[in-house]
Ligand binder design. Sequence first.
Ligand code: URA
Length: 223
Amino acid sequence: MTTEESEALSRRARAGREESGLTGRTLVSLEELRSAVNECRRCTLWKATTQGVPGEGLGRSRLMLVGEAPGDSEDRQGHPFVGPAGAILDRALQDAGLGRDSVYITNAVKHFKFEPRGKRRLHIKPSASEIEACHWWLGEELRLVAPKLVMALGGTAARALLGHPVIVSQLRGSPTRLSATAHLWVTIHPSFLLRVPDDAQRRNEYARFVKELKDAIAWIETH
Ligand code: URA
């Protein structure tokens, strides 16, 4: 087959996948995730974004952290948790004795959802159908990383992992079984810490979050 013929074939295959709306593919390795997520047409969020934002970090980490969806900075840079919420998460990981490179960090939804407001792009929570469509990629990450513990950072991540709406405060604080090989630990989203108006309360909430990260590591060590 000539190069032109093979390019035409892959163009046709891609067009077929786009038409069906099902561009999810089974990955052989995490290295494929970026291009696969960028090709994804399982929902329509990709249309307004710069790029898809795949998970990243330690490929065989025992701890996986799952956030909601990329924000403005993540959409521009192509990496998860690199904006204001990411700065708090980095600090909390460090205070818990963890480096970013020792965990795997991803999001329930891989494209930024926003509403333009002047020059700004305001984050919007992904819908149930967008969370469901994107679950394909989360499933692939869970299979390839095979973590022992998955921390859901906030309600959207918990919903994506459990398949139903969740009240974070009801599940927070101890692990529940997620699959034959993994447990789930539900906690707050780090952006919550940015919104606590009272200084003392914010410090308490931050300390609680760091303690949960430490407890999660201790749980992994002992199970
Ligand atoms: N919030 C998230 O949930 N994920 C990110 O990557 C950034 C902010």
